[in-house]
Design a protein around this ligand. Structure first.
Ligand SMILES: Nc1ncnc2c1ncn2[C@@H]1O[C@H](COP(=O)(O)OP(=O)(O)O)[C@@H](O)[C@H]1O
Ligand SMILES: O=C(CO)[C@@H](O)[C@H](O)COP(=O)(O)O
Length: 497
């Protein structure tokens, strides 16, 4: 049976799965870490990809490959295909003032008008995460770099381009063919200069908005491929990666659309992903245009919309708790579950890295309700888990308020493996919580896309392969209203909006 590879070039690491194209059976996998930081030389992604590919036993035998990746990061390339500066990632908030400027400019000076205009145009009100704000920041803060920009890519576009053999002269077999850059509708929809539903539903770049941000629009943007359209072939001599020539390359995806494809999500399903970002997402036939900014109206990887609420503070909140307490993930979970729901009033508002939803780029976290009785390791652990999940519960409410049906929640991402996260999720989200078997669902979605691309070489209209997802545990809803009530009270004190 042919094999396919799926890659997740995420914030913290690169993960690769090799699966049977027909059944979806996992055959091999590998991963490698990325350095910390909110701006990073993309060379690290390439190095991590090659290491992960080796750990996965090489990719010589795969018939197709696709890359899912962290969204929004700005990879600015010069005419020689060189990265002009470190990529500025989705969780870098330096462009928050630029986002505000762009919102007001589109509203002729009025913020509310501008916010709705961006939501109508591209599905999202601008915050620092979106690529277009990073271009405005570049124009203002680094005009010499801005003047050198010949092409703008996202992390998954850039890695796909390198796998195809393109890159700077001397570092790649095929050289700097900028017009060979490709992307997909899902990741393009997170740039802020692509309307996934424009051009009668076909999707179109909004070069006027790109020009508004950068001051010019004479830059190459990746060609947007269809959901199962091949972007070429992996190059045979990609040094050290083990990708053999002839492997078809899929369009790739933004990571959240990748997870949605990997999980096989249908309307009514909600994915709650707890990785570096916290993401509450749902597939819908059309996006809404939420002028409040709580919901991003992106595209999925199949032709639908993907509605998301995204927080900056998720798994790393728990990493911070572990650092404070000096414990590993198992002990953090044990401590959190040893304290009562609500932690006797100890509440964390977890804006440790600023926040995106709500849009508070300069906010800091707050620990409220410290008393002698709550000054225990157990209470602290519980407060961190509950605060992080309450931010996501607010996101789920925002999705509901946009009319998104909520039938079941699937918990994924690194921190979803924590028993404390699982149990507290059932308490604060107010829905049954399903835990799919541990896995890399973004990489799985990319692999499924690769299998889909492969299938279309025999049958142009083939559907995505019907791989199944195994749910290992389902927790009944276990609502504890006190947790969200006291969180909301403290949140509204520290962040009156
Ligand atoms: N059992 C666990 N409990 C809590 N956090 C965990 C656990 N396992 C992994 N993590 C955390 O999950 C994060 C990595 O998740 P991942 O989804 O791979 O992130 P990303 O996709 O953003 O790179 C890390 O911050 C890690 O510490
Ligand atoms: O910004 C978003 C989505 O809008 C994030 O979800 C990024 O796409 C990063 O994802 P992870 O690496 O945390 O999974």
């Amino acid at each position: 049976m042919p094999l396919v590879a799926g890659v997740d070039t995420s914030t913290q690491s690169c993960k690769i799965v090799v699966r049977d194209a027909e059944t979806g059976r996992l055959v091999r996998s590998g991963s490698a870490k990325h350095p910390d930081g909110t701006s990073i030389d993309p060379q690290h992604w390439w190095d991590a990809f090659r290491t992960a590919a080796q750990e996965a036993g090489g990719l010589d035998d795969v018939a197709a490959i696709a890359v899912g990746g962290q969204q929004h990061g700005l990879v600015a390339l010069d005419a020689e295909g060189r990265v002009i500066r470190d990529a500025i990632l989705w969780n870098d908030t330096r462009s928050a003032p630029a986002a505000e400027d762009l919102v007001r400019e589109l509203g002729d000076g009025d913020r509310a008008t501008g916010a709705q205009a961006w939501a109508d145009a591209v599905g999202s009100v601008l915050v620092a995460s979106l690529t277009v704000t990073k271009l405005r920041w570049l124009r203002d803060a680094e005009p010499e770099n801005a003047a050198r920009v010949a092409a703008v890519a996202l992390p998954h576009d850039w890695l796909t381009w390198r796998i195809a053999g393109y890159g700077p002269e001397g570092e790649s077999p095929l050289g700097p063919r900028l017009d060979a850059l490709v992307t997909d509708r899902s990741d393009a929809s997170g740039t802020g200069y692509y309307d996934a539903e424009g051009a009668d539903g076909a999707g179109e770049y909004r070069r006027d908005l790109l020009r508004l941000a950068l001051g010019r629009d004479d830059v190459i943007l990746p060609r947007v491929l269809g959901p199962a359209e091949s972007g070429g072939v992996a190059h045979a001599s990609v040094a050290g990666s083990g990708v053999d020539g002839g492997a078809l390359i899929g369009p790739g995806t933004g990571d959240n659309a990748g997870a949605s494809l990997g999980l096989g999500m249908e309307p009514g399903d909600i994915a709650v992903s707890i990785g570096t970002s916290g993401v509450v997402s749902a597939v819908a036939p059309r996006r809404t245009a939420d002028g409040t900014g709580a919901i991003n109206g992106f595209a999925d990887a199949t032709g639908n919309a993907l509605m998301l609420a995204v927080t900056l503070n998720a798994a790393r909140v728990l990493d911070a708790a572990r650092a404070v307490l000096g414990v590993d993930v198992d002990e953090l979970a044990r401590l959190a579950l040893a304290a009562p729901a609500g932690a006797d009033g100890l509440v964390l508002v977890p804006y440790l890295e600023g926040e995106r939803t709500p849009n508070r780029p300069d906010a800091t976290g707050t620990l409220h309700g410290i008393r002698l009785a709550t000054s225990t390791r157990e209470h602290l652990a519980r407060a961190y888990v509950e605060g992080m999940l309450c931010g996501l519960a607010d996101g789920l409410d925002a999705l509901r308020s946009q009319g998104v049906p909520v039938q079941r929640v699937m918990l994924i991402g690194g921190a979803a493996q924590s028993p404390a996260v699982q149990q507290v999720a059932a308490q604060v989200l107010g829905t049954p919580v399903s835990i799919p078997e541990p896995g890399e669902y973004v990489a799985d979605g990319a692999a499924r896309q690769a299998a889909w691309v492969l299938a279309t070489t025999h049958d142009a209209g083939a559907p995505a392969p019907a791989w199944s997802t195994t749910v290992t545990t389902t927790l009944d809803a276990d609502p504890r209203p006190v947790v969200r009530e006291q969180y909301a009270a403290v949140r509204d004190i520290v962040d009156p909006g």
